[in-house]
Design a protein around this ligand. Structure first.
Ligand SMILES: Nc1ncnc2c1ncn2[C@@H]1O[C@H](COP(=O)(O)OP(=O)(O)OP(=O)(O)O)[C@@H](O)[C@H]1O
Ligand SMILES: Nc1ncnc2c1ncn2[C@@H]1O[C@H](COP(=O)(O)OP(=O)(O)OP(=O)(O)O)[C@@H](O)[C@H]1O
Ligand SMILES: [Mg+2]
Ligand SMILES: [Mg+2]
Lengths: 269, 269
């Protein structure tokens, strides 16, 4: 059974997609088989991995509404061992479409459970025969039904936190939502960790926010910080993760460290 | 009747709140009376204007579900002539609560129309007796019922666009949504303009994105660009707009220019 990690923060632009793509790539580079689910109707993870807008059917929308399984929906990416379930526009309709549906918060979880128990036979060989080690879910910047599906499906959540004052504002709300989900839907859900992103050591505010978060959340905060690094924001325009675009840049190095820190934490459990 | 402008972009972290607060402040500084409506459950505009979390009842949620009028919901801010309808957590429930309600997309518009026709008598003198010149609406990073309410209520929309590749990805979707709203709900809706934010002239990607956007959207793009400027991101931690925090910094100057460019465009109509 794969470890399912939801990459979540309702604050916009904090590095969720960038973290999902590059952490996924770094984990895949260690030989682990990774499935990335793009659950954001913007489809930025799909763009960042070079999947054309016309090639995003049935996508995560098809899986959520039960029209397709993962085997059919997943596509290969430029990274060996990393597969993607892309997102398209239809996903923004899922919210309203599923309002009256049975177990509407559990759709993703049930789809993952069905897939991982039958995965050897279901797909055409493009995907790894022996199943996945990690499933990462890139969430939209909101706490609605899509993110709820991710939290119900997840074993744990990874929270990218931009080193900015406004980013702190919503953290307590996110943690409250996690408690509600844990109590009502998914008792196994826990916080994998908080990762500080776009850290700029020339900027006093950045260091202050980082210090505040560490003081408040202690060991839940990864030691690895992701620096602000322009190469990271250039990579999506080439449809590849920064680890493929420029392995030696500070951003790539940080995501490689983050992956090894995550694996250390997982093994320690 | 006030001009109603929605500040919208479903891409997260592009500067919607920062633009709504600081454009509102700059317009208020010219003596115009401005009402800022915080329509994001995160409540970042309320935080950025120093309104305590405990003082956000009934807020924009109360107005949307019809429990309060603007007169009761609005609060003064540190800026003369700028008033705020704050946002609180309840707002994230509005989506589901209004699913079966009558005219659920028109709630905000009807509330603004009711308020502006009776505004002299309704409030206790804290707000301007002669009504408002501008209403700005800060939207959440999504295209759901809250943003739909803003687009139905608005005369025009202002689109902050971060000078990043991924920010371009969702622009066509936003413009498609605007066409749908115009056709089905609000025929008067038009694009006030696109404003380039967090522009960094040392960064090739930033200049490239800016050039692309201008080539594609021409005169719809404001000449004024908002530079990336750390003073802008420090101001919210003091609960004041950057124009009050540090009037001489590049960010403040840019927002002052943006206000005068907006007024010029309005007068030219
Ligand atoms: N470490 C970094 N250094 C520089 N730029 C970065 C970094 N991480 C992310 N970015 C850029 O910042 C922007 C926001 O990042 P990203 O889109 O990953 O955030 P997000 O949280 O997924 O946004 P949304 O809330 O819209 O889903 C993107 O343009 C991205 O390329
Ligand atoms: N010109 C600027 N220079 C530097 N930092 C900026 C600038 N504009 C905004 N910021 C910072 O960038 C972050 C994102 O901006 P902001 O919160 O206004 O975006 P938003 O689009 O409202 O985000 P959301 O999608 O979460 O509502 C904030 O921390 C803000 O302080
Ligand atoms: Mg994203
Ligand atoms: Mg905002």
């Amino acid at each position: 059974k794969p470890r399912v990690i939801a990459v979540v923060n309702q604050k916009g632009g904090v590095g969720k997609t960038t973290t999902a793509i590059n952490l996924g790539t770094a984990l895949a580079a260690t030989g682990r088989r990774v499935l990335l689910i793009d659950l954001d109707p913007q489809g930025n993870a799909s763009t960042g991995l070079g999947v054309d807008k016309a090639a995003r059917q049935p996508g995560s929308y098809g899986v959520l509404i039960g029209r397709a399984g993962f085997g059919e929906a997943m596509v290969p990416t430029p990274v060996p061992n990393l597969f993607l379930v892309p997102a398209n526009r239809d996903l923004s309709g899922a919210e309203i479409e599923l309002v009256d549906a049975e177990r509407r918060a559990h759709r993703l979880r049930e789809a993952i459970e069905t897939f991982t128990s039958f995965s050897v036979s279901e797909h055409d060989g493009a995907a790894p025969a022996r199943g996945f080690d990690y499933v990462l879910i890139d969430c939209p910047p909101s706490l609605t039904l899509l993110t709820l599906n991710a939290l119900v499906a997840a074993d744990s959540l990874l929270v990218p936190l931009q080193c900015e004052f406004l980013a702190l504002d919503g953290l307590s709300e996110l943690l409250h939502t996690v408690d509600v989900v844990k109590a009502n839907f998914n008792p196994r859900l826990k916080i994998q960790g908080i990762v500080l992103t776009m850290f700029d050591n020339r900027n006093r505010l950045s260091s202050q926010v980082a210090a505040d978060v560490r003081a408040h959340f202690g060991a839940q905060v990864y030691e690895t910080m992701i620096p602000r690094n322009v190469r990271v924001s250039e990579a999506p325009s080439f449809g590849v993760p920064v680890l493929l675009y420029d392995i030696s840049c500070a951003g790539s190095q940080a995501y490689a460290h983050l992956a090894s820190e995550l694996l250390k934490r997982e093994n320690a459990e």
